[in-house]
Design a protein around this ligand. Structure first.
Ligand code: HXC
Length: 259
């Protein structure tokens, strides 16, 4: 990827997207956002990749937000601020809609747009040194990459309003208690632990895992009954696929399934 502001690698059914602007604490400038979009475009039709791990380079920061110097350039430019927000939100939607399971692997600061990026992933695994905040109101702004909505969905309305209105910075253990993140691990174990979770996912039927994500996420955009109907439809579809023939046969024959 251009200028190495993103390091993108595909290895053994896993893709790694690392934001690489450590001197700016991996802040998301327009070039970084455009590169994230390119990675999503590569991944969306790549069925050989089952997992995407998103990280930031260096120990100090996952991503410290949108690039504030670029935001300053948007002052009083009519609709450019709104357009920037919409453009970034569309990129994060592309990330959220990827067929792969996406994991945000977080060390250090996950602030503003950085936390919004993590929220667009399927789940978050964090080091004990991780710090989470949506501090936009300290800049006279609000989250603009759909963070108001994704944080509300994750934590509920009351906590989302408190988080955003106070701009409080939370530790990894607090974020875990609130249900923002799935795991907190010792800093030195972060990479290995994330790989272990990824490997557990990869061992399972790829089609079933992909379908499970699709069905779970479908519930975010329709009512309960519609989502359950999608679940039944997909369940039936999976029963007609080779992977469930293999999974069920393997169980009955008392051998590991080969997917
Ligand atoms: C641009 C940033 C940056 C950012 C840090 N840097 N965050 N540059 N945009 N978001 C740069 C600093 O300017 C500095 O560069 C270098 O990274 C190191 O940062 P320091 O501040 O010197 O480090 P430290 O004192 O350790 O403080 C770390 C920090 C602080 C607490 C994370 O940098 C900070 O508060 N950053 C801003 C966090 C924030 O408000 N994020 C939300 C942005 S708004 P130099 O060149 O001076 O060494 C947002 C909106 C999203 O995300 C929606 C848009 C539509």
């Amino acid at each position: 990827m251009s200028d190495n502001i993103i390091q993108f690698e595909i290895k053994d059914k896993k893709a790694y997207l690392e934001i690489n602007r450590p001197k700016a604490l991996n802040a998301l400038n327009k070039n970084v956002l455009a590169e994230i979009k390119k990675c999503c475009d590569i991944l969306k039709n790549n069925s050989s990749v089952h997992i995407l791990i998103v990280s930031g380079s260096g120990d100090k920061s996952f991503v410290a937000g949108a690039d504030i110097k670029e935001l300053q350039e948007l002052h009083n430019k009519n609709r450019e601020g709104e357009n920037f927000s919409k453009w970034g939100a569309e990129i994060f939607n592309s990330l959220e809609q990827l067929p792969q399971i996406t994991i945000a692997r977080i060390q250090g600061f996950a602030l503003g747009g950085g936390l919004e990026l993590a929220l667009a992933c399927d789940f978050i695994i964090a080091s004990e040194n991780a710090r989470f905040s949506l501090p936009e109101v300290t800049l006279g702004l609000i989250p603009g990459f759909s963070g108001t909505q994704r944080l509300r969905k994750r934590l509920g309305t009351a906590r989302a309003i408190e988080w955003i209105a106070t701009a409080e910075r939370y530790s990894a253990s607090e974020a875990y208690t609130f249900g923002l993140i799935n795991h907190v691990v010792k800093h030195e174990d972060l990479v290995f632990f994330t790989e272990q979770i990824a490997d557990k996912i990869i061992k399972n039927s790829p089609l079933a895992v992909k379908t499970a994500k699709l069905v779970i996420r479908s519930g975010e955009n329709c009512n309960f009954q519609e989502a359950c109907d999608i679940e039944s439809h997909q369940f039936g579809h999976l029963l007609n696929q080779a992977e469930s023939v293999e999974g069920i046969s393997a169980f009955i024959e008392k051998r590991p399934a080969q997917f």
